[in-house]
Design a protein around this ligand. Structure first.
Ligand code: EPU
Length: 436
């Protein structure tokens, strides 16, 4: 796959439309297979994880139209509870939602263990604990999780960790259980509310999504529905941070400013101007950012997924910043790559101490996972000279039309070596990137 080539150092400027939320999309897409008939999803982001998911659904027997223009139609009348190809399931983390969706509808699911970003251990014990509490037996057979039940019966479930994935997965299975499930210590991310909205539109009775206790009154069956996915606050946060890092001025459209509160607060602390109203947020940064401390936490805390790009910004701040990672055990894999660009960062356990420098310089770097890639792109946009980012397939899993969107706000970004067949390297760079 071609690398991304960025000639950094100029401010991002203009308006940018934010797409549908990745982590919502990868839950509502599998939720559509819980009802026979055709469900329609709108505002679906054009990202790799959604493409992989639609391929998996087809392998399970769904008829899929789209996504086209952000709309996907899924006819789940002929879906089977097994047959999800292991190779595809391993490409994405969210394939674990097939377990809850299939177990709910068929009382049987056979799905390979999920893949996804390499950011430390990511067990799914809380998901499986929930399925077992609902009456399923769960076993592992040659790398596949097999969950089955004669019937699912609602019960009290307390999550040991407020896991986003476990909250959604158990909710999926429990909507078709007999009686009421009370799920406690739930995660509260807005996409949990989004999934509950879709399920309720399908006839489920979910109450309390977005709080730490969700009540699910089981129903006998679900019917197809139409649902529009909420905006992606991590995509918005990434562009907001990249704008600040380049000292630009960008208005992000189609966002829910409330979902960005923690990011906006930290940007303001760093001296960035953040204005908001209705469904837009404007970010402008005339000055060098100030050093701040950031601790990532479950929502409404500062999102771990926005932490790597935030590090690119703080690498350029005046003073010493500290970032503590409160969700994952190991999410600093981008630091070694950032150092190639002249940052001064020391990782101590789950914290990183960032001594700000005045300038970053472009370098060849490798994205080892999705948000590491977002960090390196943000750093590349702010750096002087050229940055070449490899491992772009990780970035494409979660950012739609990345180059087009960035170019529309003035970034000089291109693919390399796409189109290199008849031109020398230097010429290609001039053609694709414009004047330095
Ligand atoms: N955890 C357990 N046991 C479980 C579940 C989670 O120990 O059964 C631990 C995890 O190891 C982790 C923490 O709990 O340390 C939080 O995990 P959580 O389940 O909340 O996260 P996830 O469902 O694996 C989703 C997103 C992530 C995002 C987190 C937190 C999807 C597909 N992934 O992961 O997104 O970081 O929630 O908001 O929705 C990304 O977009 O870059 C990304 C990694």
């Amino acid at each position: 796959m071609a690398d991304l080539l960025i000639r950094g150092g100029n401010p991002l400027n203009g308006d940018l439309i934010i797409g549908g939320r990745k982590n919502s999309a990868v839950a509502v897409v599998p939720a559509t297979i819980m009802a026979a008939g055709t469900s329609t999803l709108e505002n679906l982001p054009a990202i790799g994880d959604v493409s992989t998911y639609t391929e998996i659904l087809q392998q399970l027997g769904a008829r899929v139209e789209g996504p086209s223009g952000g709309t996907l139609r899924v006819d789940a009348s002929r879906v089977r509870p097994d047959g999800a190809p292991m190779e595809m399931v391993k490409r994405i983390r969210a394939s674990y939602y097939l377990l809850g969706a299939l177990l709910g509808r068929f009382h049987y699911a056979r799905v390979g263990l999920p893949g996804g970003c390499d950011i430390g251990q990511r067990p799914i014990d809380q998901h499986l604990k929930g399925f077992r509490a609902l009456g399923a037996t769960v076993s592992l057979d040659h790398g596949e999780v097999v969950a089955e039940a004669d019937e699912l019966i609602g019960t009290h479930i307390y999550l040991d960790i407020a896991s986003v994935g476990a909250t959604i997965n158990i909710m999926l299975a429990a909507v078709l259980a007999k009686g009421t499930t009370v799920l406690e210590n739930c995660a509260k991310e807005p996409h949990i509310v989004d999934v509950a909205s879709l399920l309720n539109a399908m006839g489920a009775r979910v109450v309390g999504a977005g709080t730490d206790t969700i009540k699910i009154h089981g129903v006998e069956e679900l019917k197809p529905a139409r649902h529009a996915i909420i905006p992606d606050e991590i995509e918005a946060a990434t562009y907001a941070i990249a704008t600040a890092a380049t000292r630009g001025d960008v208005t992000l459209l189609n966002v829910v400013p409330k979902h960005l509160d923690s990011v906006s607060a930290k940007l303001r602390e760093a001296g960035v101007i953040v204005e908001e109203n209705g469904d837009w947020v404007r970010v402008s940064a005339p000055d060098r950012p100030r050093a701040i401390t950031v601790k990532t936490l479950p929502y409404p805390g500062f999102p771990t997924d926005a932490m790597p790009p935030m590090m690119a910004l703080l690498a350029l701040s005046s003073g010493t910043s500290v970032i503590s990672e409160g969700v994952y055990e190991s999410r600093f894999k981008h630091v070694d790559e950032l150092q190639r660009m002249g940052t001064k960062i020391r990782v101590e356990g789950r914290s990183a101490v960032i001594e700000g420098v005045e300038e970053l310089h472009g370098a060849p770097v490798h994205a080892s996972n999705l948000r590491a890639g977002a960090c390196l792109v943000a750093a590349g946009l702010a750096a002087q000279g050229e940055t070449r980012v490899s491992g772009v397939q990780h970035v494409e899993r979660g950012y739609e039309h990345l180059e087009d969107k960035l170019r529309s706000i003035g970034a000089r970004i291109s693919r390399y070596p796409d189109g290199a067949d008849s031109r020398g390297d230097d010429e290609l760079r001039v053609v694709n990137l414009g004047p330095a």
